[in-house]
Write a protein that binds this ligand. Sequence first.
Ligand SMILES: N[C@@H](CCC(=O)N[C@@H](CS)C(=O)NCC(=O)O)C(=O)O
Length: 210
Amino acid sequence: MLLAEKGLAYDLDEVDLANKPVWFDAVSPYSKVPVLVHGDVTVYESAIINEYLDETFPEPAMMPSSPAQRADARISIDFDNVKFVPLFYKVLLAKDPDTRNTCADALVDALLFMEKNVLAKRVDGPYWMGETVSLADMALYPHFERIAVLEHYRGITIPDQCGALREWILAVGERPSAQGTSHGIDYHIDAYSRYADGTANGSTAKDMRT
Ligand SMILES: N[C@@H](CCC(=O)N[C@@H](CS)C(=O)NCC(=O)O)C(=O)O
């Protein structure tokens, strides 16, 4: 999405994570996607790839100009990485009903936290930081593009109280960068089936089971 927002040309290699090609581990130390190879620079971890691109190709700027707002954007990106995404995987991977319920409750709390502490407080504009799209949208939106995976496998939906969150999903989803890179929900449901049925054994499943 960020490459598209910046109007940068790129070659995309989709990696089949169930059959990783031999070259992949040489470029991806965590054995995960995404990885960016730019000349002789290799960068991994989505949020850090995004920062690298924003610093290397500064137009259009994708971080707010004030340090306070930049801190807010980074807090949301960190929340996504440290709290929301792990819960997304854990609720799919959890086998016993008690653990599943605990993860599901924590996930709904995370959605309510984002609604109350971030989106409902925005002054104006449809994006995570208000008027202008930013790295916070780039980091968070892909996980909301696939949120219906949780309903499909675990019956978890975005709570009714999260009206601002729903509006944000629609606003970002309309951007050409989202339209041009998104996969339909059937793709995601298929991609997450091995987490939901407990057979996933890649790097992410190992990390998220611990
Ligand atoms: N924190 C990493 C997470 C990346 C990640 O978990 N990628 C998954 C796919 S969405 C992956 O490549 N997993 C490899 C595997 O499970 O073997 C990031 O944001 O880049």
